[in-house]
Design a protein around this ligand. Structure first.
Ligand SMILES: Nc1nc2c(ncn2[C@@H]2O[C@H](COP(=O)(O)OP(=O)(O)OP(=O)(O)O)[C@@H](O)[C@H]2O)c(=O)[nH]1
Ligand SMILES: [Mg+2]
Length: 311
């Protein structure tokens, strides 16, 4: 890596590198887990369900001689609703901004049919990408190591990757090497952001995401996918008093409202109980959280609602 670094004439030290790394890949590959791992804190929500992330989430990783602007994106999938089309558009739009594309794939997905399908998807998604693409093969903590080399060979035949790095975003294995590869491929450039800011996401946005994460974790079938969270008010008060947050959970059907509220309000109570400590940790303040549930028919196809959700 050091040979490729040039000298910055003003300081006489190695040139500063910076740029945008777009993390893209199929749903559930571990993109948000990797973002959080690199940042050393939880910015993006993570659940075992696919299509968790809906927005582009920007993380800033500043290190010795480099600054990486990491863009976590919604998983690439075949969209049906307007919501899903917007999610895929957001992911694909980041490709145009990227200096390096980090394609994250799940190493435990390895049947010939699914690899074949992934190969076809690479061809579609990466055809217009002119910057280097690194493949990170994630979840190797769950993979028999003997299977890794044949799998890497298979991936090598799918696309001319600039590098291929097996990692575990969950346990941190291989991520140091991945970071080195990313920095090596970044252009020379300035530090765009102060080095103590991890994200440009607002506290309101992250609070809404934390509530949505709990809905994803606590409900099933179509319910999480019919749910969105809007922050109605976010009031900070002086004197160490709690931040008062009012939020509405949108659903598409009255039956889903019943599920989110639960018998005697038990489900809503659970969502609130699980979301509150995470929001308090993020804000480093006590929080009073009040939740409402509202039916908004077909909000997943409603442009205005999608704009309100930052899509
Ligand atoms: N065993 C293992 N699990 C992982 C690893 N990385 C992520 N996961 C799990 O995979 C699931 C999906 O992780 P996410 O980070 O939400 O995946 P994503 O790619 O952001 O998913 P979408 O936002 O839905 O596109 C979660 O249950 C994670 O805990 C890993 O390295 N090893
Ligand atoms: Mg995600």
């Amino acid at each position: 890596m050091t040979e490729s670094l040039t000298m910055d004439q003003s300081s006489g030290s190695a040139a500063y590198r910076s740029g945008v790394v777009a993390i893209i890949g199929p749903p559930n590959a571990g993109k948000s887990t990797l973002l959080n791992h690199f940042l050393g804190q939880k910015i993006a929500i993570v659940t075992p369900k696919p299509q968790t992330t809906r927005n582009r989430i920007l993380g800033i990783l500043t290190g010795e001689g480099y600054q990486i602007i990491l863009l976590d994106t919604p998983g690439l999938h075949k969209p049906r609703e307007l919501l899903n089309r917007e999610m895929v558009r957001i992911a694909l739009d980041t490709l145009a901004e990227a200096d390096v594309v980090l394609f994250l794939a799940d190493a435990t997905v390895r049947t010939p049919e699914r690899l074949e399908k992934l190969g076809r998807e690479f061809a579609v998604y990466l055809q217009r990408v002119s910057c280097p693409v690194i493949l990170a093969l994630n979840k190797i903590d769950q993979l028999d190591k003997a299977l890794l080399l044949p799998l890497l060979d298979r991936y090598r035949s799918l696309h001319p990757f600039a590098a291929m790095v097996p990692v575990s975003a969950l346990q941190g294995e291989g991520t140091g090497l991945l970071l080195e590869e990313l920095v090596r491929l970044l252009p020379e450039g300035p530090r765009y952001y102060p080095d103590d800011i991890p994200t440009d996401a607002t506290e309101r946005f992250i609070a809404a995401e934390i509530i949505r994460e709990k809905v994803f974790l606590l409900t099933r079938d179509e319910v999480p996918y019919s749910t969105a969270v809007l922050i109605d008010s976010f009031q900070e008060s002086a004197g160490g008093r709690p931040v008062v947050i009012h939020a509405t959970i949108l659903v598409e059907q009255p039956s889903q409202k019943g599920i989110i509220i639960g018998q005697q309000g038990r489900m809503l109570g659970q969502i609130r109980k699980k979301a509150m400590p995470d929001i308090e940790e993020m804000l480093d303040r006590k929080v009073t959280l009040r939740l409402w549930v509202k039916v908004k028919k077909n909000w997943t196809s409603n442009e205005q609602v999608l704009r309100d959700l930052g899509l």
